[in-house]
Design a protein around this ligand. Sequence first.
Ligand code: NI
Length: 151
Amino acid sequence: MALREIVQIGEDVLRKKAKVVEKIDEKIIQLLDDMADTMYNADGVGLAAPQISILKRVVIIDIGEGLIELINPEIISTSGEQTGDEGCLSVLGKSAVVTRPNVVTVRAYNREGQLFEITGRELLARALCHEIDHLEGVLYVDRAESEIIDI
Ligand code: NI
């Protein structure tokens, strides 16, 4: 088990575009394992590699239905709309209202290097959009439609 430090809003690394993973090697496997330890330790539902200062296109999500690992994820389709509260482990103790698609399909590689697709609805769709935004240096506060409030 290895916990990595989750950086907070204001750090430059959160605003940079993450790089495509060219090869799924031991380092990427270790990164995925450390990200899971770090996310669960922080009681989060998602974590993107830039949040632990690694500018690689790697995301993990667990909305309570099991761990999803996404390497080089791409949103390939979206539909509908949902508006609700959102938070982030890099903006601790805050929340704001954000509108996201209600259904999102993502294509990504798993740790075995296999391409797969996942379709998420509601919370999972929101998490997919939120985490993939991190890979572009975008934070939910950029999309906030309400005041950012303390929770
Ligand atoms: Ni976040």
